[in-house]
Ligand binder design. Structure first.
Ligand code: HEC
Length: 451
């Protein structure tokens, strides 16, 4: 088990090798091993990514919805990421199919209820316990303030779909392990831990004119003592986009695209930018960077950009600046309006692709609200566990209805999904059986908080 788990872990971890940064255009000449693999004369986008719609141990998402998204996949060159996208071992989900929720673990389950709460919980239900408490932790129904509301800052419609792949042990998944923690008679939390080698991904699409255009794939891969991260983009550097527009644009002359290329080549050094928590104060220490807000584009100009997004190989942006001229370096493009390569408002200019940077938020998945806000002790914990937000193992119908309202609020509604158990995706933790060579907890200062 150990050997296979580690092999699979290496797959995504290796793809995180920094880009050599030695120039090159949209054909991936920048030294990225995921792009350079194979014959450079072969167009890596010639064969589309094929996400299987059948053959999984468990389908979390309806096949039709997955097929719609599969039809909008970006170009991904051969390599570990592509293998994961194309594997029937990879399970896909979104907010409609794996309803996000958080645990409320503090209470006697008689007077003060405990259980799983959808993030879309009715404000009045929890404000009964603490007036104003809902507003304290949620910016809007279903979206936590943590640490500043929308985590990527998008100001136009986006869709994210997640993928999840467990390591293999001779064709059998190495399972997630769970256990119940009862540190006192008032605290009952279900904890879980992913085996080393587990990969999670977030594929971000921007929606324009009813169509989805892929902009980024973020990945987190469990190691024994943490997570390695990566983010894949079609244009890690401003020059990559300039090259692509110049080499591949077709159609009539466009002053807007000419101006964009000039801006990408030299004009428009990044302006100062800061990203900081608005709530959950300790969560996200302020980051200072630069930002390069690309102009809005429309009509045929936006069409050029959208075609490039679909037909340019996505490659690792680890350690690569979008623009590094001047004192305000930017890690990713920004945008002042729609039509460009990232959603308007996109904030990744201040988010380096590195463990330290990405963990800045992920480290707090499942953290007790009390460690930030004493008055809402009884609300439980931030969503997620084991540094992952969107995944949980609970039977949906037990805690949430089709409209996002909580079910069984007054008694503990947490049940580990029988279908996940039956598919061998999750089992009860047994330290005698589950080797520390595969399973180790990541311990933060609040882990096993006693209330
Ligand atoms: C500002 C806080 C924040 C930062 C910084 C951040 N994330 Fe996340 N991440 C989130 C939140 C919140 C979600 C859940 C988003 C949603 O609603 O779908 C998430 C979801 C994810 C997921 C899906 C699995 C999961 O944990 O639910 C992946 C993969 C991911 N992020 C990778 C990254 C990578 C790689 C980086 C660094 C480049 C990063 N994240 C930086 C907050 C953050």
């Amino acid at each position: 088990m150990k050997r296979l788990a580690i092999t699979s872990m290496m797959l995504l971890a290796c793809s995180g090798a920094p880009d050599g940064g030695d120039g090159g255009g949209d054909d991936g000449g920048g030294g990225d091993p995921t792009v350079d693999a194979g014959d450079p004369a072969v167009d890596p986008c010639a064969t589309p990514v094929v996400v299987p719609t059948t053959g999984r141990a468990l389908d979390l998402m309806p096949a039709e919805r997955l097929a719609e998204l599969a039809a909008r996949m970006p170009c991904v060159p051969p390599g570990a990421l592509r293998d994961t996208l194309e594997s029937p071992r990879t399970l896909w989900y979104d907010k409609h199919s794996l309803t996000p929720g958080y645990q409320d673990s503090f209470g006697d389950n008689v007077v003060t209820p405990i259980g799983m709460r959808p993030n879309t919980i009715d404000p009045e239900l929890i404000n009964l316990a603490v007036p104003g408490g809902h507003e304290q932790i949620f910016i809007e129904l279903g979206l936590f303030h943590f640490p500043f509301g929308n985590p990527i800052g998008a100001q136009e419609p986006i869709h994210t779909v997640n993928f999840w792949r467990l390591p293999d042990d001779g064709g059998v998944p190495v399972p997630v392990v769970y256990w119940q923690r009862d540190p006192n008679s008032y605290t009952h939390r279900v904890e879980w831990m992913f085996p080393a080698g587990t990969a999670f991904g977030e594929l971000i699409f921007v929606e324009r004119g009813g169509l989805l255009h892929p902009v980024e794939i973020r990945t987190r891969t469990r190691t024994l003592d943490g997570w390695t991260v990566d983010a894949y983009r079609p244009f890690p550097r401003a020059a990559d986009l300039a090259d692509a527009i110049e080499q591949r644009r077709a159609g009539p002359a466009s002053p807007a695209l000419d101006a964009l290329v000039a801006h990408l080549r030299d004009g428009g050094t990044p302006v100062p930018y800061t990203l900081k928590a608005t709530h959950f104060a300790s969560a996200f220490p302020q980051r200072a960077s630069g930002i390069d807000r690309l102009p809005a584009l429309a009509g045929a100009d936006a069409d050029v950009i959208h075609t490039l997004l679909r037909t340019t190989p996505f490659r690792s942006a680890r350690g690569v600046y979008w623009k590094d001229a001047g004192p305000n370096k930017a890690w990713a493009a920004g945008a002042s309006g729609p039509g460009n390569i990232v959603p308007a408002g996109y904030n990744a200019a201040a988010v380096e692709v590195s463990e330290a940077s990405c963990d800045g938020c992920h480290r707090d998945a499942g953290r007790p609200f009390k460690t930030w806000y004493d008055n809402i002790l009884a609300y439980g914990e931030l969503w997620g566990n084991d540094e992952t937000f969107t995944w949980h193992p609970f039977t949906l119908s037990r805690f949430v209805d089709g409209n996002g309202r909580v079910q069984n609020f007054n008694h503990d509604n947490r049940e580990i999904r029988p279908d996940m158990k039956a598919a061998g995706l999750i089992v009860k933790y047994n330290p005698a059986q589950h080797s520390p060579a595969v399973y180790q907890r990541i311990v933060r200062e609040w882990t096993d908080f006693r209330y």
